[in-house]
Design a protein around this ligand. Structure first.
Ligand SMILES: Cc1cc2ncn([C@H]3O[C@H](COP(=O)(O)O)[C@@H](O)[C@H]3O)c2cc1C
Ligand SMILES: O=C(O)c1cccnc1
Length: 360
């Protein structure tokens, strides 16, 4: 499939139809006819009903899974907010392309087509045909001192994600995992969580890639300073796009663009960890009906992730104490989501199998 074309900037589908309640009710009724005690498949039944409500008459199509790792660098790394150096973003992109990262292993194992997108890595990639080249700039500005992005950069990064969602849909994908790679991006996710849902820096800031007590305390104060700089009391209720521009990242903006457009194409969208869910929360703030298309693959160890999941009213499929990103938690959840829809489409009914229903 081709992912290399561009599209007009600033394209955001703001009126997105919600998943179909009619199809959800049909799915609920069908689940109750299957050869099992009523409700005995638990959350798998909710998941099947949600997927049917998203896919509507196409729910019988084979699940065709894609995973997208959006990569970009962050100006805030100059403040020492990560346990790892900035160049790891670039090095991990090469590792993804060499099939050596955790997400490569999981995508291979679970039959998920993996794509890596350079939206803003601070490096030149030459002769790498498997990388999707959409660099907007070599990283964001340092958001402690200025907005992370210009309006134009934000629009370009959103458009990258939107174009990739168009191509995923055109290629027949039905379920997509939203992943990222960008050293320093948990600091962005924390600042987004503060600005969007009013959490404090202490509540929303975790240890990211792993940092000691002192470094973590510094990170909390940096998140606090970032939020105070961009969102004074008088700018309360900043728009989601302004939050994204001031304290987001190029990969986060591309994820927002992809989520909005994927919902518009009625794809099942599987969020990953803290950063991916921060993008999902911004997409829902822009277009609230997107919520119905989201499934939380897992809940990560980052404290802000639980705040965002609660805010979005999403219950994670898995809780494995992971704190990696890359889309790993989303891809790990996919076999469970696929199981839910296979049970729904393949199980016999009480009538077809000649099994007696409940007697009391
Ligand atoms: C080797 C390595 C591989 C990774 N894969 C994902 N991340 C994760 O860690 C980063 C965010 O954490 P922080 O804000 O603390 O920098 C992101 O790149 C995220 O995807 C990684 C981080 C490292 C070091
Ligand atoms: O929650 C995540 O996805 C996460 C946590 C720490 C580092 N990178 C990603």
């Amino acid at each position: 499939m081709s992912f290399q074309r561009t599209r007009p900037v600033a394209y955001i589908p703001c009126t997105i139809e919600p998943p179909s309640e009619v199809w959800r009710q049909r799915a609920r009724a069908h689940l109750d006819t299957l050869t099992k005690p009523l409700g005995s498949l638990g959350r798998l039944e909710d998941i099947a009903a949600q997927i049917v409500s998203i896919r509507r008459e196409r729910f019988t199509e084979k699940v065709n899974k894609g995973a997208y790792v959006f990569a970009a660098d962050h100006g805030i790394t100059a403040e020492g907010v990560s346990a790892y150096p900035r160049e790891v973003t670039h090095q991990m992109v090469l590792n993804f392309l060499a099939q050596g990262a955790a997400i490569n292993v999981l995508a291979r194992l679970h039959d998920v087509e993996l794509r890596v997108v350079d939206v803003g890595v601070d490096a030149d990639f030459h002769n790498l045909s498997s990388l999707l080249h959409h660099k907007v700039s070599k990283g964001t500005q340092n958001m402690l001192h200025e907005a992370a992005m210009t309006d134009e950069q934000l629009a370009q990064a959103l458009a990258v994600g939107a174009a990739i969602a168009d191509d995923a849909s055109a290629a027949g994908q039905t379920m997509i995992a939203i992943g990222e790679m960008g050293i320093g991006n948990t600091t962005s996710a924390s600042a987004i969580t503060c600005a969007l849902i009013g959490a404090t820096a202490t509540q929303a800031t975790g240890h990211g890639t792993g940092m000691g007590v002192e470094a973590h305390a510094r990170k909390v104060s940096i998140v606090q300073a970032i939020v105070s700089k961009h969102f004074t009391a008088s700018s309360a209720n900043s728009s989601a796009l302004e939050i994204l521009r001031c304290v987001g990242g190029l990969e986060i903006a591309a994820m927002v663009g992809m989520i909005l457009t994927a919902a518009n194409h009625q794809l099942v969208i599987v969020a990953d960890g803290f950063i991916s869910t921060a993008a999902a929360a911004l997409a829902v703030a822009i277009a609230p009906t997107v919520q119905g298309y989201l499934i939380a693959g897992h809940q990560s160890e980052e404290p802000g992730h639980k705040l965002l999941l609660d805010h979005l009213n999403l219950v994670p499929v898995l809780m494995l104490n992971m704190r990696l990103g890359e889309g790993t938690g989303a891809v790990l959840a996919m076999p469970i989501l696929e199981s839910a829809i296979a049970l729904y489409t393949q199980m016999a009914t009480f009538t077809s199998a000649g099994v007696s229903g409940a007697s009391r």
